[in-house]
Design a protein around this ligand. Sequence first.
Ligand SMILES: Cc1cc2nc3c(=O)[nH]c(=O)nc-3n(C[C@H](O)[C@H](O)[C@H](O)COP(=O)(O)OP(=O)(O)OC[C@H]3O[C@@H](n4cnc5c(N)ncnc54)[C@H](O)[C@@H]3O)c2cc1C
Length: 380
Amino acid sequence: MATFDLVVVGAGIVGLAHALAGARRGMRVAVLERDARASMASVRNFGFVTVTGQDEGATRRRALRSREVWAEVAAAAGIEIHQRGAVVVARRPEAFAVLREYAAGSMGEGCELWDAGETIARMPQVRQGIAGALSSRHELRVEAREALPLLARWLEQAHGVTFLWGATALGIEGTSVRHGEGVVEGRAVVIAPGTAVAAFAPELAQRVRLRDCTLQMMRIASPGADFRLPSVVMTDLSLLRYGGFAAQPSAAALRERATRECSAQLAAGVHLIVAAGGDGTLVVGDSHRYGNLADPFSSSEVDELILGELQRLMHVPAPRIMQRWLGHYPVADVSPLLSEELAPRVRLVSVTSGTGMSTAFAIGEETLEWLEGFDFPTRV
Ligand SMILES: Cc1cc2nc3c(=O)[nH]c(=O)nc-3n(C[C@H](O)[C@H](O)[C@H](O)COP(=O)(O)OP(=O)(O)OC[C@H]3O[C@@H](n4cnc5c(N)ncnc54)[C@H](O)[C@@H]3O)c2cc1C
């Protein structure tokens, strides 16, 4: 039986990012995935690789690095970049005050402020009455459900990564992984299980109070041939969810106003992200519901809250919903990342902040640096 340098459990974006980081160091890598293809958070998200608005520090640094890797990988693996940049449209003056403070600070690099007139001139889909916008050039947007399979295929073909699809890891013995049909021998193991941390480390999951966050998402039909969004769009309530914005002093006034005007949205964790596909369809979301068990049920009231936010911001008179889906990511007392050595050369890595599409490639590189500490044989 072949022995691999690195065995990765989970073919979500975090698992694939570790596979890439290992392969770039010349390692022989195997990836085990319990499903026939990636089908969890990594294909249910916006595909929005976000820098602006991320928490200052490690998350922003990881997002900047991961965005670079996404650009390299997308070109090599034939992954289309559907949108570039982000525009945060402030509907309320309090939101524009947050954007002004953000733009003036160190994280505002690569961003510019637009007044209301310039925003509407550049984005005629946006309704009158807004206060202005912040435009960021950092972001990329891929269609996650297309990108993940292309990335896996490219890792296989260009980097010789071995994939075992439909192989559920049942246990780790030393640095080998037992699955339903045998054992994959490795010199190191990275477990990237998304929400399924407790299956590998129940005490860890309990210690960090691992919970699930459930999000509602929709795809709506193209609102018209002239409705084009070159960048992903967000608006006021996003400023209260993204740590980099929420840390600005003016965010307190925005929160106070939102508490009065948007209590239902805040209770459901609703804010607005609008991402566009090459076919003109829009991916719109989302909401955040926290609990000990991934919630299987979606709520039409929450969909209406999301669509209400969309319609107050943009001219989309009769949104036609083509698809609805739920996504889940883990949250814990340890955030933004749970990265724990379970045994020598065995590490569990799970993003506990809903930022994995934006940060996974950098996290993979960090984990591989940790393996260097074991005098790990590589063939670069
Ligand atoms: C609706 C939604 C929207 C989001 N939007 C964004 C966004 O726009 N930008 C952003 O940066 N982040 C976003 N996120 C967060 C991002 O999607 C996640 O942080 C990221 O996908 C986590 O990747 P992962 O590989 O850890 O987890 P997952 O994608 O859940 O992958 C884990 C994999 O491990 C496999 N697995 C588990 N147990 C086993 C086992 N025993 N054996 C074998 N395989 C196993 C699972 O089958 C799964 O394929 C969003 C999340 C959701 C849900």
